[in-house]
Design a protein around this ligand. Structure first.
Ligand code: ZN
Length: 368
């Protein structure tokens, strides 16, 4: 396989091999991917697929060899933020340089940084404002230190409305943030709560991208022995916050916000039909485009949710234009997203849209 420059085990190689396998199945009926790989190694692809044209077509240039992905779900862990929150137990060895190293190994050109749960709110508004500023300055600096490799979603000191408005202004006007990163809930207040409305009005005015990261709501922790909020609860919280956005009229009032929901929308894609049936059709004050129309407007990133089941639900719900690549790195390794994504069966064109094209439309500054 060396002669082609692709190896099993590195991502670019795996993607090309996957494509060969998919297209070679007709030539090796019944072969598993492992058997196919073995045959490829033993005989050399050129021998196995003589003159089929397929090999030349797929191996050649490899539009897939470096998909130059844009990862919209990629976490930063600024040291000063971790130091101040000593209970943080996430990976302390993360650095932007480590991200770049792993991005390079995994065909990723740019990552939009954000902080993961618990964010910056620990009950004291002054502390939240200070932490938000530390994180946001760090995100902007990472981009300056590694031009083109990073963007960032500014964290806001929610649910402090004053502080959030101030940070929106600073993050967009001074730091040139790519959007803001919110959580699905704060202290059992979901995003339709009136406390968020001033910030949403300002974000709507700016036609901002709002990346909505999951968290475990206070209501639903330790529900039974062995319960972990990070197993399934977080994915329910996406649906809760979307219901809250509907029922508060926020989607009608703030139609220009570009929302991104994580992990292929969590439970939302499978529940959207039932929610649609539970909101009367004539409530245009809640859902101007109808529930399904509003939900199709959202963007969804696919981190750690590229298994066949969530992707089947998501792709039935929304057009391909709404799906974005994300990884949840370093919480999740790249491969938990990239390997199932490569095996799902998307066309090369759809994969390009997910990897990069859709994000370029959302973040025109990243257009290559
Ligand atoms: Zn995450």
């Amino acid at each position: 396989m060396k002669q082609h420059g692709f190896r099993s085990g590195d991502l670019a190689g795996d993607l090309v091999i996957d494509r060969w396998w998919q297209q070679g199945v007709s030539l090796m009926a019944g072969a598993t991917r492992r058997e196919f790989l073995k045959a490829l190694a033993a005989t050399g692809a050129g021998v196995m697929l003589p003159g089929s044209g397929l090999l030349a077509q797929t191996a050649r240039p490899s539009a897939r060899a470096n998909p130059r992905r844009i990862d919209v779900h990629h976490h930063m862990q600024p040291p000063e933020y971790l130091r101040r929150r000593t209970q943080q137990t996430t990976n302390r060895n993360w650095t932007p340089a480590k991200s770049v190293e792993d991005m390079d190994k995994n065909g990723t050109a740019t990552a939009i940084l954000s902080v993961t749960t618990p964010g910056v709110w620990f009950g004291d508004p002054q502390e939240a404002r200070a932490l938000a500023r530390i994180v946001n300055e760090y995100g902007a600096q990472a981009n300056r230190d590694h031009p083109g490799r990073f963007g960032f979603f500014a964290v806001l000191p929610m649910p402090d409305p004053e502080g959030s408005l101030r940070e929106i202004e600073y993050a967009f006007d001074v730091l040139k943030a790519d959007g803001v990163g919110l959580f699905t809930s704060y202290q059992d207040k979901w995003l339709g709560d009136p406390v968020f409305a001033p910030a949403f009005a300002e974000l709507n005015r700016r036609r901002a991208v709002v990346f909505v990261h999951v968290t475990v709501p206070n209501c639903c922790q330790n529900l039974f022995p062995g319960h972990s909020g990070f197993r399934a609860e977080v994915d329910y919280d996406t649906t809760r916050t979307v219901e809250s956005l509907f029922m508060s009229g926020a989607l009608a009032k703030f139609p220009d916000i570009r929302f991104i929901f994580v992990h292929s929308g969590g439970t939302l894609p499978v529940m959207a039909g039932r929610i649609n049936d539970r909101i009367p059709r004539d409530r245009r004050d809640l859902a101007p485009l109808g529930v399904l129309g509003e939900v199709k407007k959202f963007y969804y990133e696919v981190a750690h949710a590229t298994y066949a089941m969530p992707l089947a639900a998501l792709t039935k719900l929304v057009p391909m234009s709404q799906i974005l690549f994300g990884t949840d790195y370093p919480v999740e390794p790249f491969e938990t997203t990239t390997l199932p994504l490569a095996e799902y069966g998307f066309s090369a064109r759809d994969l390009q849209a997910i990897d990069r094209g859709n994000a370029e439309r959302l973040f025109p500054r990243l257009k290559a």
